[in-house]
Design a protein around this ligand. Structure first.
Ligand SMILES: [Zn+2]
Length: 661
């Protein structure tokens, strides 16, 4: 048991933002920090950490607590272990009262599994380094064949399991571990075991015998499983085997090397993604630490989300053979779908990251990686020979590339790519837009398991030719996006062009001031939905009192209409099944592009609003025409003409806007 004095000391020393930064990339916003929530899936940050209060809170899923609660939930630690984790981080000596036998028994099964995995790792490393068999077979292979030196063996805690089916099992049983825990940790095989029946100790044997051992660690560095590579040439023996799914090891959520990579990924703001254990170790050999592998499985969405917690940028380094390229294409699409920036590097023919690193110096490797990064469009264009004159081949290439573009969640980004491709291929932009939209529809249907008729989509996202409806909520989606961005990014400073003393000057203001004062108030525009206008009024009020409201201001607002709307709007991650009808301009932007996004949103809103006003005027015109009120008709025609011109200008600006992003 940890003494109360130690607990106090640990809690007063630990800084919540430092601890959470070990697991989540945090960005400073005002006095707080924000990041992508590690407890639920999201693409825009709603996870907030307050250093002054010492708490974290997620406005998406509601997760909240102090630094100990974070470790308990995130690292699945018990209360004492969370305290010990902190003590270790801050070099605090933990005073403990002796652990009784009773307490030992109470240790959860999970902790017992973690303990025996650590025991196994130490055993395997000891065999590798200190026994004749380990040295002759394991070390010889690592040193001479893989050129992995002692420091890397230590860094990755590599090991060797003797070619004797009972070596580890017997040692573990003698050391007091029960067969039950060995089995639950995935360390032994027991073909005849039946669930809930006692295990016959004579029938169990080592899972990894005769293999070089690669321990797999979780994000905090705890060993949760193993990969084992055989050194036999026998084709009937699997080259690699991995731990099975256990209480502590879920391969779909694990990235090999993440615990050693997370700091470097955040520092360099990019993550290299490779295929196997050896590739990760190879890049470390070349001094590159921001690298992970999706070992034991092809890349999963959970793994992509784990990378996304630390960076937005991924470089995929897969083998140049057919299997590598296929896996690479799949990885690109998954990363794009998560809204990340993707580059790909292919190694020269007959090389993989491992062989390449062994043939070149660190400088050469880094130079090669920097010089040979291609963006996914370039990569696919070359792969599918899109410059071909063969129309069938060309159509196939175009479709393949659009299939990747269609996965990008951000509408603006997607349109920029489409515009680029339209220019490049000399194909009508609207054709590419329609095709992309159709692919999106199919992807969405596939994901949600709904069937849609295989027809051309009737609605284009081109804002200039949408079907107009007489709905009074014509501007709903635009307003909603605007409000959402004002709540989340209202205090972000952007640069605008404004007329000061008759001259155009660029000036820096917050997005709140820009929208509320410069765009809405200046043009005397009101939002159509009363709740939306309420928030605009509230912001104006704050600005009058010389402060810019932050996200939390709205969440904690005493008016429930405001707080509920704020939470609801900033908490939407899932695309509704009626995406096409509703979200022609759904924009979820990284904060860096907020200026462009916000200008795009306000223009879109004005365009829709103008459309509504025009509709009303035209209806009025009909009425006057019937009444044969010539004077009113003439006046209205003039007004309509003026409004039409403004609408054309806005549409023009909307199109230009997309070009400059
Ligand atoms: Zn959350």
């Amino acid at each position: 048991m940890i003494t109360p004095y130690s607990i106090d000391k640990i809690l007063s020393t630990a800084k919540i933002e430092e601890v959470i930064s070990d697991f989540v990339a945090l960005k400073k916003r005002g006095v707080n920090y924000v990041g992508l929530c590690p407890f639920h899936n999201e693409k825009t940050p709603s996870f907030s950490v307050s250093p002054t209060k010492g708490i974290y809170k997620c406005f998406g899923c509601g997760a909240s607590g102090n630094v100990v609660k974070f470790l308990m939930d995130h690292e699945k630690l018990s209360y004492p272990d969370a305290l010990k984790w902190l003590a270790k981080k801050y070099n605090i000596v933990v005073e403990e009262v002796e652990e009784t036998e009773e307490l030992k028994k109470e240790k959860s099964e999970r902790e017992k599994i973690l303990e025996v995995l650590q025991f196994a790792q130490k055993y395997f490393t000891n065999i590798l380094l200190n026994t004749p068999e380990g040295k002759e077979v394991g070390l010889n292979y690592l040193y001479n064949k893989r050129k992995i030196d002692f420091s890397l063996i230590q860094k990755f805690q590599l090991g060797f399991s003797p070619n004797n089916k009972r070596a580890f099992t017997d040692f573990a049983l003698q050391s007091g571990y029960s067969p039950d825990i060995l089995l639950k940790a995935g360390l032994i095989n027991c073909p005849d075991c039946e669930e809930n029946k006692p295990i016959n100790v004579h029938k169990i044997y080592d899972k990894f015998f005769g293999r070089v051992i690669f321990p797999i660690a979780d994000i905090s560095g705890k060993v949760i499983g193993f990969g084992g590579r055989t050194l036999m040439d026998d084709k009937s023996v699997a080259k690699y085997i991995n731990s099975p799914q256990t209480q502590v090891y879920d391969k779909s959520k694990t990235l090999y090397g993440i615990h050693l990579a997370k700091k470097a990924i955040m520092q360099k703001d990019v993550c290299y993604l490779v295929e196997g254990y050896a590739d990760v170790i190879s890049l470390h050999k070349a001094g590159i630490e921001n690298v992970v592998a999706s070992s034991g499985t092809s890349l999963t969405t959970e793994q992509v989300k784990l990378i996304h917690r630390f960076t937005n940028n991924v470089v995929v380094l897969y083998d140049g053979d057919a299997a590598g390229i296929k896996a690479g294409i799949r990885a690109i699409d998954m990363l794009l779908e998560e809204g990340m920036n993707v580059k790909i590097v292919l190694f020269p023919e007959n090389d993989d990251p491992d062989s390449f690193v062994n043939k070149h110096s660190s400088e050469e490797v880094i130079h090669y990686l920097n010089q040979n990064q291609k963006d996914f469009i370039q990569f696919k264009k070359e792969l599918y020979h899109s410059e071909t004159q063969n129309p069938l081949e060309k159509a196939k290439a175009i479709e393949e590339i659009l299939t990747s573009v269609a996965r990008i969640p951000n509408d603006i980004q997607r349109r920029v790519y489409i515009q680029y491709l339209a220019n490049d291929w000399k194909i009508e932009e609207s054709t590419l837009l329609r095709t992309t939209q159709k692919i999106r529809q199919q992807l969405y249907a596939k994901k949600e398991n709904i069937s849609i008729p295989d027809t051309e989509p009737t609605i284009s996202i081109d804002t200039s030719n949408e079907a107009t409806t007489s709905s009074t909520h014509l501007t709903f989606n635009e307003e909603k996006e605007l409000i959402k961005h004002l709540i989340k990014y209202g205090n972000v400073i952007i640069e605008i062009e404004a007329e000061v003393d008759g001259r155009e000057q660029s000036m820096e203001i917050t997005t709140c001031e820009y929208i509320v004062l410069y765009e809405l108030k200046h043009d005397n525009l009101q939002l159509e939905i009363p709740e939306h206008q309420l928030i605009i009024d509230e912001i104006e009020n704050c600005l009058k009192n010389n402060f810019v409201p932050e996200e939390n201001y709205f969440y904690k607002h005493s008016n429930p209409t405001i707080s509920e709307l704020a939470i609801k709007y900033t908490d939407e991650h899932k695309i509704s099944p009626h995406w096409y009808e509703k979200f022609k301009i759904k924009v979820t932007e990284p904060i860096e592009n907020i200026g462009d996004t916000i200008r795009y949103l306000i223009l879109s809103f004005k365009e829709k609003k103008l459309r509504k006003i025009l509709q009303e005027k035209r209806e009025l015109l009909k009425k006057y025409e019937q009444e044969k009120n010539e004077e009113k008709v003439q006046q209205l025609l003039k007004e309509i003409n003026l409004l039409e011109n403004t609408k054309i200008q806005i549409n023009q600006r909307l199109r230009n806007r997309i070009l400059v992003i």
